[in-house]
Design a protein around this ligand. Sequence first.
Ligand SMILES: CC(C)c1ccc(C(=O)O)c(O)c1O
Ligand SMILES: [Fe+2]
Length: 299
Amino acid sequence: MIRYKKLGYIALNVTDVERSAHFYRDMVCLDQVGEINEDVAFLSSSSDYHNLMLNKSDKPGLKRIGFELESTKEWENAFELLKKEGYDPVEVDKEERALLKIDKAFRFRDPNGVTFEFYNKMMQRAKPYEPSPVRVLKLDHVVLRVPNLQDTVRFFNEVLNFKISDTRHKPDGEMYFAFMRCFPNPFHHSFGISQGDDLRMFHIAYKVEDINDIGIARNRLINLDVPVIFGPGRHLASGSIFMYFLDPDGLTLEYTQDMEEFPEENPREPRMLDHTLRTTDLWEGASDPRIGKVGHVEV
Ligand SMILES: CC(C)c1ccc(C(=O)O)c(O)c1O
Ligand SMILES: [Fe+2]
């Protein structure tokens, strides 16, 4: 079965690369890596060369999701498994891997047509990542809305070896959300899937050091006229403190901290959580209707 190191990077489509690159650098506190031009920009939230790629598009949202596998051997095994399962993995050509600073990579589409890239390792930066004033620790998770949740969860669980940490259910018992771990990465979810009418990126989340970073970020973003649209609050599922805000295209971002971690051996059972506000936010805050509204997925 496939073993992952982490959610490695997100490639976003944005309408103005320079505007968004400055936002993710100056407001979100990521490191700009290399030059920004009107077509592409790279930013990092770790020692990796990048964890966020911005691409110019008239449809803001998700281009693809990159997962780093545990080793080159795991990458080779994953390629063979996806080929055998009929998901037609295609290796990324040398020129593009040079741009991404990645050693080996292949791409495939999930049952919804979303492009995933699995890679073995990315070039590391000598310059340490020391974000300020918000101490971002890492790219934390990405959540998609998909038309067929059951099939999607089954694919990620049974084919890609993602583990289910918790699910959420409507009053009639129908599952409408799944929080998934890229095993054996311990965090409650690196990947979340929600039932939706159409395919859409809901949000991407960054982990911050502690509650002070959430507080500092809230007041700083509000003072700089960045829409803070939900939180601070506490999610029951992962136990994390959260706050959502919008990027210049209206894409939804989340700062999160204190997410539950699972052991590789004998993890707790996934819970069936309800649909109530208290499960979404133990502090019962109100969320802004703009949450998750913009997020075209390139297929
Ligand atoms: C409101 C969204 C879908 C949500 C719910 C719960 C968690 C969590 O438990 O961490 C999230 O990260 C969310 O984004
Ligand atoms: Fe989230």
